[in-house]
Design a protein around this ligand. Structure first.
Ligand SMILES: *[C@@H]1O[C@H](CO)[C@@H](O)[C@H](O)[C@H]1NC(C)=O
Ligand SMILES: *[C@@H]1O[C@H](CO)[C@@H](O)[C@H](O)[C@H]1NC(C)=O
Ligand SMILES: *[C@@H]1O[C@H](CO)[C@@H](O)[C@H](O)[C@H]1NC(C)=O
Ligand SMILES: *[C@@H]1O[C@H](CO)[C@@H](O)[C@H](O)[C@H]1NC(C)=O
Length: 539
């Protein structure tokens, strides 16, 4: 191995010195990477046909070992994310003011300007920068995103995007009609088993300290993000008449639950950290998305602005990501960063700022992290400490007293060889979902806890999570029996029937992972032999 390492080191050094070679390598890798991806997606192994004999049968949820050795060989420990040492020169306080950080620079002749990031009218794909405004040491800014440039003696020494959550003064008189907020925080492509393996600190804190319910039978409804996220926040099947997705679909008038929260006087926020593959922009050829920002705070323009500022780097970072997953690092900082922070930390930070800006208000949030976990199963563990930190913040700042937290995913890993294992196939269909309920509600409605605890071991789907959100907004916490025939979606606050089948829950054959039982003849030789064996071995 030793000479190999030397060669690699020399090669890396050569690439670092020689810009032309580096660019050439980037371009070559880009081409190879695209070819590989296309091959991987369309011809690679992994599309296993999953046959389920009877989706009408009562569901028995498979019990699987998250540490099965078949699975463990896909996991290794990536190095921690290293971001730019070139730290931020300016910062936002929590009072809409941008400050120059005087202790960060020794130069007294530094001068800075900012430009607002402006979303183009009725356009979900392009941003532009507003006029340049000079400022000295601090300046009040009445928008969420700005680009800041600083100069010393006419030479630009700094250019970076910054964010805050700007709460306009006219929104100060909100008069919410309901009390309980819904905070959805999602990580793409994380199965429940992957969460147990990869996010041990976060999951342990959720269950032990926050009393979270982690549902073992939560089953996906469709292949990728849209068909699982749309039912969660609309209660409808995606790509159906209920929730049409066709060419050029704009989603402004689709029945997202955040519109209801707005009508109740609540503040809403939606964030997805990878603009190229955003859920409601990717699925429709000819450009989907929203004409108007769908929520009060919408972070997409910030991420678009990053690409606007670094046009060359966006495709390159995909290549670097691919190489980083193979443990090859061409640059000293990770593609998972913007400036001094990693992208998931930026998402967490914006989420926290939103919560603080609307501390006493009714809120609805949907935070969706794609970058870290979408394509590779290994990086998610790099977020464990930051997620733990977020959960601790939610608790200590009191947000969980009047908010329900849904920490969840859409499906398991679906772009990796892990799917070729029997457990990987199950995992792909069983995403993580965990629910934290305000403590004092559990006291006031003991049935809540009872039902939730039971439902951990029942068959559930995003339709049920949606009905739960509806119950939260209607403050409907009383116990209610489930009507027959069973509705497609059943709130997790109700006792979900033990004999529910995939067909009852609206889960199609391709995604149904339930085991089922069959009646057998008690006199059949196999049954007799089994019975004899069991009785002989019971002490
Ligand atoms: C916030 O800024 C306003 C002026 O923009 C100022 O009057 C107020 O005192 C500031 N509040 C805090 C807590 O700094
Ligand atoms: C200002 O810069 C210093 C030195 O880089 C850093 O330690 C400090 O955290 C920064 N302050 C803020 C508010 O970002
Ligand atoms: C910045 O400071 C200089 C010198 O003190 C002053 O002339 C200028 O007007 C200030 N600019 C702003 C935008 O406050
Ligand atoms: C949300 O608002 C729509 C339109 O007003 C309404 O039809 C629907 O019933 C509401 N949903 C909930 C759960 O309140």
């Amino acid at each position: 191995m030793y000479p190999c390492r030397v060669v690699r080191k020399r090669l890396l050094a050569l690439f670092r010195r020689n810009t032309f070679l580096r660019r050439l390598l980037y371009v070559c890798t880009l081409i190879c990477f695209s070819g590989y991806t296309i091959f991987h997606l369309y011809f690679g192994p992994g599309y296993m046909v999953y046959v389920h004999k009877n989706i009408q049968a009562s569901c028995i949820i498979p019990e699987v070992n998250p540490y099965d050795k078949e699975i463990m060989k896909f996991f290794w420990k990536p190095d921690p994310i290293v971001c730019s040492k070139d730290s931020d020169l300016v910062y936002f306080d929590f009072n809409s003011t941008l400050h120059l950080n005087k202790s960060r620079t020794r130069s007294s002749s530094i001068s800075c300007q900012y430009q607002e990031v402006v979303r183009k009218t009725n356009d979900d794909f392009n941003v532009e920068l507003g006029p340049e405004v000079w400022f000295n040491s601090s300046v009040v800014i009445r928008t969420d995103f700005v680009n800041v440039k600083c100069f010393i003696g006419g030479k630009m020494v700094y250019s970076r995007l910054h964010y805050q959550v700007y709460r306009p003064p006219e929104s100060k008189r909100r008069n919410p009609k309901k009390k309980y907020s819904v905070l959805i925080f999602g990580m793409d492509s994380v199965s429940r088993l992957a969460a147990i393996r990869e996010l041990p600190k976060t999951m342990s804190y959720l269950e032990k300290n926050l009393g979270a319910y982690v549902f073992k039978g939560y089953t996906k409804l469709g292949d990728n993000t849209l068909p699982n996220l749309a039912p969660l926040i609309t209660g409808h099947y995606a790509f159906s008449k209920e929730f049409p997705v066709v060419e050029h679909t704009k989603f402004d008038n689709h029945p997202f639950i955040w519109h209801n929260v707005s009508r109740l006087g609540g503040a809403t926020m939606f964030l997805e950290d990878w603009p190229r593959i955003s859920t409601f922009n990717l699925g429709t050829s000819g450009g989907g998305g929203f004409l108007k920002p769908p929520t009060n705070h919408y972070m997409r323009p910030f991420y678009l602005a990053i690409n606007h500022m670094q046009m060359f780097e966006s495709p390159v970072s995909d290549v670097l990501q691919f190489l980083e997953d193979k443990n090859v690092k061409l640059s000293s900082t990770s593609y998972l960063c913007y400036g001094e922070k990693s992208l998931h930390v930026i998402a967490i930070d914006y989420f926290k700022r939103f919560l603080l800006a609307y501390k006493d208000d009714l809120k609805f949030t949907l935070v969706w992290n794609n970058k870290l976990s979408h394509n590779y199963v290994n990086f998610i563990k790099l977020a464990d400490d930051d997620l733990l930190d977020l959960m601790t913040f939610l608790k200590t700042e009191g947000f969980l007293d009047n908010s329900f937290l849904l920490f969840l995913s859409d499906h398991g890993s679906r772009v990796d060889k892990i799917r070729n294992t029997p457990i990987g196939r199950l995992e792909e269909r069983l995403p993580l979902i965990s629910l934290v309920v305000p403590q004092q509600l559990k006291g006031a409605y003991p049935n809540l806890h009872e039902n939730l605890k039971t439902n951990i071991n029942r068959l559930t789907s995003p339709f049920d999570a949606y009905e739960t959100i509806v119950d939260i907004l209607n403050e409907n916490f009383k116990s209610q029996e489930v009507a027959v025939p069973y509705p497609r979606g059943i709130s997790l606050f109700r006792p979900i029937p033990n004999d529910r089948s995939c067909a009852d829950a609206g889960i199609d054959e391709h995604n149904c992972v339930c085991y089922s039982s069959d009646s057998v003849d008690v006199k059949s030789p196999v049954v007799v032999k089994l019975a004899e064996y069991v009785t002989a071995n019971i002490i």
